[in-house]
Design a protein around this ligand. Structure first.
Ligand code: NAP
Length: 288
């Protein structure tokens, strides 16, 4: 990526997370000045502590915005404050199909979409499918290590996307010259849709061990989440996410990565090989 925005600092929120970390890396590699912010990041930013906002915003011309799942009423207040501080462009991370989900899921993403649209600044909303990295950095990592991923998804495929591609799209949208920028919603996905069953088979092969995919009913899934210690709202939110997936509305690949980056999205099998090589899906050692 080339630095087409040499005169501004980009504030990256969620900078220790799956996409934010990669947005920081991509922008810095292109020579862009970046402020990497989160509660534990280089620059302290906490959605629940507005006193941390101004320091993060000082001198920023663009913001990569990841909204919180809770306390999202802070988002429009933050966006107003950012515009007052001189921010001229927002790129907000949302999710594909967000316009179809019920009220149990994605309120933060919806708040972010609404706030950047109403900001008066330039804006872009990025709506990706599920990330590859959910399997090795997040939600499903431990299940895979345990050898069994169980979800209520059926045979509906998912065009999983690399968080690196999400980050490169976001970095491009954050830095392209105003004359080339168009406000709008950018849907992005991987090139190929896989069922979870197929995705698990690819990861098991890469890891060189047996990992099974088990289909659950939505009720079994909900009960399992509660038994694993998830609070009711989080269990409901995950249930709502899979309800959306089962409709098939987000199952077909879209050409957003190709349109924005001029290349094919990253390949799932290559990702699985890389993640397996880090030991992501090795069985945990049994303690004596
Ligand atoms: N995973 C997927 O497949 C997927 C797909 C589409 C959309 N999305 C959306 O992507 C978003 C998450 O992005 P991500 O996956 O890149 O991040 P992530 O890996 O979930 O990490 C969350 C980031 O937010 C920061 N954070 C958490 N609470 C905070 C607070 N109170 N104040 C300030 N920062 C806080 C965390 O850092 P600290 O702990 O240091 O604060 C971390 O950097 C969500 O809105 C999700 O719905 C995810």
């Amino acid at each position: 990526m080339q630095n087409t925005n040499p005169d501004g600092t980009v504030l990256v929120l969620g900078a220790t997370g799956k996409t934010g970390r990669r947005v920081v890396r991509t922008l810095r590699a292109a020579g862009v000045t970046v402020r990497a912010a989160s509660r534990s990041g280089e620059v302290r930013f906490d959605w629940t502590e507005p006193a941390t906002w101004d320091g993060a915003l000082a001198g920023a011309s663009a913001v990569y915005l990841i909204a919180p799942d809770e306390g999202y009423d802070a988002v429009p207040r933050f966006v107003d404050r950012a515009v007052a501080a001189g921010v001229r462009r927002f790129v907000a991370l949302s999710g594909r199909g967000i316009e179809h989900v019920g009220e149990d899921f994605g309120r933060g993403m919806i708040a972010a979409e609404e706030a950047v649209r109403a900001s008066g600044a330039e804006w872009a909303v990025v709506r990706p499918n599920n990330f590859f990295q959910n399997f090795d950095e997040d939600l499903w990592r431990q299940s895979l290590r345990d050898g069994r991923l169980a979800l209520p998804i059926g045979d509906v495929p998912e065009p999983f996307i690399d968080a690196g591609d999400v980050a490169e799209v976001a970095a491009t949208l954050l830095t392209r010259p105003a004359a080339e920028h168009a406000d709008g919603v950018y849907e992005i996905s991987g090139a190929r849709a896989l069922t979870f069953h197929e995705a698990v088979a690819v990861m098991a092969r890469a890891a060189g061990r047996e990992i099974e995919f088990v289909e659950l009913t939505p009720e079994e899934y909900h009960a399992g989440l509660l038994a694993a210690g998830f609070p009711e709202p989080a269990a409901k939110a995950l249930g709502a996410l899979f309800t959306l997936h089962r409709t098939g509305r987000t199952a077909t690949p879209v050409p957003g990565v190709q349109d924005l980056l001029g290349r094919e999205p990253s390949d799932f099998a290559a990702y699985a090989e890389r993640a397996a090589a880090t030991g992501a899906w090795e069985r945990d050692a049994v303690r004596p």
